[in-house]
Design a protein around this ligand. Structure first.
Ligand code: SF4
Length: 251
C-alpha cells in the first residue's frame, strides 16, 4: 500500500523514496525551525475551538502552554535530545505570531464552524493508497479533506505539492465514502489562513502516476537524481552517489 506521505516524499525527491523503501529512515534534523513547525501543527489543531471562543488570543495562549508541556509526549523520539531552553525559545517564537493568527482566523468562519468528522485512516485496496488527512470536515452533504501546512504560504492559492497531497486524500475520501470530492482545504498554520482548492482531473492523474512510480521504486528501481533535488537538507547525501542505471534514464 502506498501512503500519501510517500507521495509527499517523492515530490521532494524520488531518490528519497528509494532509500526509505530500502528501510532507511528519513532523518529530520531537529532545528529550531522544525521545532516551531511541530508546535504550530499542534496549535493549528485547536484553531476551530479558538475561533469559537470569546477570547481567541487568550485561548491560543493557554493552548501553547498546554502544548509546551505535552509536546515531548507526542514527539518522544524526535525531541529526546532537545533541551528545555531550546523548546521554550521555539514556543516563544510561535507565541509572537499569535496576534497575526488571531486576526486572520475570523476570515475562515465557514471552515471553522463546519462539523469535523473523526476518521483516522482512509484506505483504498482498489488504488493501493492509504493516508490520514489532518481533518475531514462536513459542509452540508460534502465530506472534504483538509491538510495543515506549517511552512511558507504562497501569495495566492496553494503550493503544487500541497495540491497533490490534497488530491490524494480526495481520492481516498471518494473511495471510502462512495462520494465525489470536488474541493478540499489547505490550512497555513503560521498565518491562520485557510485556502480552498478545487480538485482537478490532471492532478488526479498525476497522483496515480506518482503512485505507480513509487511501486517501481519499491521494486528496486533507482530513479535519477533530480537537478533541483534538495540535497543540502537531506540525510541521504552520504549514500546517494550511487550511479543510476541506464534504465532509470527512461523513468
Ligand atoms: S541526496 Fe539529493 S538526490 Fe539524494 S536522496 Fe537526498 S535530495 Fe535526493
Amino acid at each position: 500500500m502506498i501512503k500519501v506521505s510517500d507521495i509527499t516524499v517523492y515530490q521532494k525527491c524520488p531518490r528519497m523514496c528509494y532509500f526509505v523503501s530500502k528501510g532507511h529512515s528519513l532523518v529530520k534534523e531537529i532545528t529550531p525551525g522544525y521545532l516551531e513547525r511541530i508546535i504550530l501543527k499542534e496549535l493549528a489543531l485547536t484553531y476551530g475551538e479558538a475561533f469559537n471562543n470569546d477570547n481567541t488570543h487568550s485561548f491560543l495562549d493557554n493552548e501553547l502552554n498546554r502544548i509546551s508541556s505535552e509536546i515531548r509526549i507526542i514527539y518522544r523520539n524526535e525531541l529526546s535530545g532537545i533541551d528545555d531552553n531550546t523548546l521554550a525559545n521555539s514556543v516563544s517564537e510561535v507565541r509572537s505570531s499569535l496576534g497575526n493568527i488571531c486576526s486572520n482566523l475570523s476570515s475562515n468562519g465557514d471552515f471553522y464552524t463546519s462539523e469535523s468528522v473523526n476518521e483516522s485512516l482512509l484506505q483504498s485496496e482498489k488504488f493501493g493508497l492509504a493516508g490520514s488527512p489532518d481533518r475531514l470536515i462536513k459542509i452540508k452533504d460534502e465530506l472534504l479533506p483538509s491538510i495543515i501546512k506549517t511552512g511558507n504560504m504562497p501569495q495566492n492559492g496553494v503550493w503544487q505539492g500541497d495540491r497533490l497531497q490534497l488530491t490524494a486524500y480526495a481520492v481516498l475520501v471518494e473511495e471510502n465514502h462512495d462520494s465525489v470530492v470536488e474541493r478540499g482545504f489547505v490550512e497555513y498554520a503560521r498565518w491562520g489562513r485557510v485556502r480552498e482548492v478545487l480538485i482537478k482531473r490532471h492532478e488526479r492523474r498525476k497522483v496515480l502516476q506518482i503512485r505507480d512510480r513509487i511501486k517501481k521504486i519499491r521494486g528496486g528501481f533507482m530513479p535519477e537524481k533530480p537537478k533541483d533535488a534538495p540535497c543540502e537538507y537531506c540525510g541521504f547525501t552520504g549514500m546517494c552517489d550511487v550511479k543510476s542505471t541506464i534504465a532509470s534514464r527512461f523513468f
